[in-house]
Design a protein around this ligand. Structure first.
Ligand SMILES: [Zn+2]
Ligand SMILES: [Zn+2]
Length: 419
């Protein structure tokens, strides 16, 4: 019998003890203890300080990764934020961990998984949220990590090499009116551009003509960028948000330096690359037009997440025969991003959404509400998805790329994240 109280208390243990990326030590320990309780003989692999991989039983020729994210978000104003670190579980990752552990327990009591034509591995990944970057950059300097995101780092370490595809889950936003899942919700990829415009200082009253105004160059850049938006293809759901990052200036001197930063988000790697080059041109020409210069830096974020429609079809089929879930939302891409995008570049991935929460995503009041759905019905649904999948996966519909391929595309995008 499955005990849903244990799953809820696991979830709450994590929810009330939120930890930021690469520091999920308590969460990681809790996962480890749980696995040892149900599978005392099996080997646990650890990676990236807090990450955990656990393979269930003998490995078969088709090997599936089940993924849960462990980290919290930096939101000091959240009603259950950690007072010292500002960490809060308002992206629902705590529930992913509890659901996957519940599934693991179901698999341990119901030995049916042994008859599946595939084997399963659980991967608990750190640091999905792209934040606390000063800390992570220090970790990078000290050679403890290479990438700032948990899944890119796990890709580098070869954690996913053995898998043919991956199934992830994620909470859905919005107040629940009916128990729902979500399929094929593609995410944007993103990168950061930094443009430091350089001019020449001069006395603003005595001889402004002798200076080159860096602030004016940045204004020209922002204006050109605004006009350029008309040429952006809507189908890639692009987002660009230029902001002033550093502007040391006073009114009596012609400003000679201003740093502008912007994200570029899009649903295509190629289009991100094209936009990055177009923005560089706009910056260079703006600087040139007024006789100044520009220093350009690029920092890679995450790749777009394009879900495997082939794999989502299996989930939809199970949903059709699962009356306890009332609705399946489909094909509503968003311009948010996740590091699962990077993983989907090397192997097919799906992320199944589940609702049942109240409050705002990344807001001050996000919390589980429909506990029975989240911690009992949804894991049961996942179990059924796996049962229904067995014997039906056509391996020729899957793809696999190497870490070298991944590295190449990140470098092409100007990835500062790579050493
Ligand atoms: Zn989030
Ligand atoms: Zn999230």
């Amino acid at each position: 019998m499955n005990d849903f109280k244990e799953t809820l208390s696991l979830a709450e243990e994590i929810y009330y003890n939120p930890e930021l990326g690469f520091k999920e030590f308590k969460t990681s320990k809790l996962i480890e203890n749980f696995i040892k309780k149900y599978f005392p003989q099996e080997k646990i692999t650890k990676f990236s300080e807090t990450g955990i991989k656990f393979n269930l039983g003998e490995k078969k020729s088709l090997h599936i990764a089940l993924i849960a994210e462990m980290d919290a978000v930096y939101t000091p104003s959240h009603f259950y934020a950690n007072k010292e670190t500002g960490a809060a579980h308002n992206c629902g990752h705590y529930s992913q961990v509890a659901i996957m552990l519940d599934l693991l327990k179901r698999l341990s009591t119901d030995n049916e998984y042994k008859s599946f034509d595939f084997s399963l591995g659980f991967v608990f990944t750190p640091a999905e949220e792209y934040l606390d970057l000063e800390f992570r950059k220090k970790m990078k300097e000290n050679n403890r990590i290479t990438y700032l995101g948990g899944k890119p780092e796990a890709i580098k370490l070869g954690i996913f090499n053995e898998f043919d595809f991956a199934i992830a889950i994620h909470s859905m936003g919005g107040e629940p009116t009916r128990r729902s899942i979500e399929l094929n919700c593609n995410l944007a990829g993103f990168l950061y551009k930094y443009y430091t415009f350089l001019g020449k200082p001069a006395h603003a009253g005595f001889a402004p003509q002798a200076g080159i105004n860096a602030y004016s160059i940045s204004t020209l850049f922002n204006t050109a960028l605004g006009l350029f938006r008309q040429q952006i293809d809507e189908k890639y759901m692009v987002r660009i948000n230029p902001v002033i990052l550093d502007a040391p200036m006073g009114t009596n001197v012609i400003p000679d330096k201003i740093k502008i930063g912007t994200d570029i988000r899009a649903h295509s790697v190629e289009y991100m690359l094209e936009l990055s080059e177009r923005l560089d041109t706009i910056a260079q020409c703006s600087a040139k037009a007024l006789g100044g210069d520009v220093k350009i830096e690029t920092e890679m974020g995450y790749l777009p997440f394009l879900q495997s429609h082939y794999l989502s079809n299996f989930v939809r089929e199970t949903f059709k025969n699962f009356p306890e879930i009332e609705y399946c939302k489909e094909n509503s891409p968003v311009s948010a991003a996740g590091d699962i995008g990077d993983l989907s570049y090397i192997l097919p991935c799906i992320q199944i959404g589940y609702n049942g929460f109240s409050g705002t995503f990344h807001g001050t009041d996000f919390i589980h509400k429909d506990n029975e759905y989240i911690f009992s019905i949804f894991p049961k649904f996942l179990m059924k998805v796996l049962k229904d999948m067995s014997g039906k996966i056509d391996k020729s519909k899957l793809y696999k790329k190497t870490y070298e391929d991944y590295k190449k595309i990140i470098e092409k995008l100007g990835g500062e994240n790579e050493k």
